[in-house]
Design a protein around this ligand. Sequence first.
Ligand SMILES: [Zn+2]
Ligand SMILES: [Zn+2]
Length: 345
Amino acid sequence: MKNKKFNLLLSVILTIFISGCSLADSENTGSSNQTSNSTLSSTQNLENNSQSNSENSVDKNTNTQNEIAVSNNENTISANSQDETKNNSKNVFVYFLNTGNSDSILIDDNGTFMLIDGGDNDDENLVVNFLKKHNVTKLKYLIATHNHADHLGGLDAVVKNIPVETTFVSNGSASSKTYRDFINALASKDLTPAVPLENNKFYLNNSYFEVFNTNGGNSTNNESLVLLYTNGNDKMLFTGDAEAETENEILNKLPQNIDLLKVGHHGSRTSTTSQFLNKLNPKYAVILCGKDNSYHHPHKETMDKLKAKGIEVHRSDECGDIVFESTGNGLKSDCEVIGDYAIGK
Ligand SMILES: [Zn+2]
Ligand SMILES: [Zn+2]
């Protein structure tokens, strides 16, 4: 009898020890065990019907790439999202945070939130404090447009501080510490990132977004997820750092005459082709760029195209944080437009 009790005690201790080890392992290795976790709740629907995306991955990135499931369950996501529709107000606030030469955009549809990118590594506190100040107690969607530090940097801190329901990432991987920090932060919260499906509407409240360029690209910038956000009649396009190649690839899928374009790649000449701009014909353009940044963003070629079309340009280096209010029937901004189409120094 005594022996039996001792054996039981021993096996309990061993079990605790072993699970402790595997937890530590998963934190250190970018959580390669993460997809087998059966306690996932927020991404369960995606996972049940997910497929491994590893066939597209480069060998050295297999560990991290394997974690990313391709969401494959349109009905479940849409149904769940629509269940959560809370009220009929149409006014939505879009905050372009002034994180310098990096992106972070918060959309607030009447208390339902999504965050597109999280600034650079040194923007962690700025982004988290901004979210807390705006009473963001939960992010329904967290989007990492692509795996560059000026978009991913602050997202690990966001994940650690704010509950997240669903995380969408681009079809690509990275070997940087910033990327590992992000993946590890997600793992520590039992979250699995997924590449979203195209031809799907992801609802916030009454507004929704669709995603393009989910098949990746020939460079990290060209892997950027491109989001078309719709609130009533208002349409805004968020491009991450997508460049000409991606713009050309998705051009035919995009609508004509949108309201607002978040200009790709901080106003770099590598983005915003004339064809892209002519098709979208946005009323407003937003450029997220740091004052006197070393890349000299925004570039002359981009500013000339925006000027030729008379597009109203709102820039974080001139305005700081930029807020747009979408009424469902037009946009208003708090940002005073200088209107001289100055190029980056
Ligand atoms: Zn980039
Ligand atoms: Zn960037």
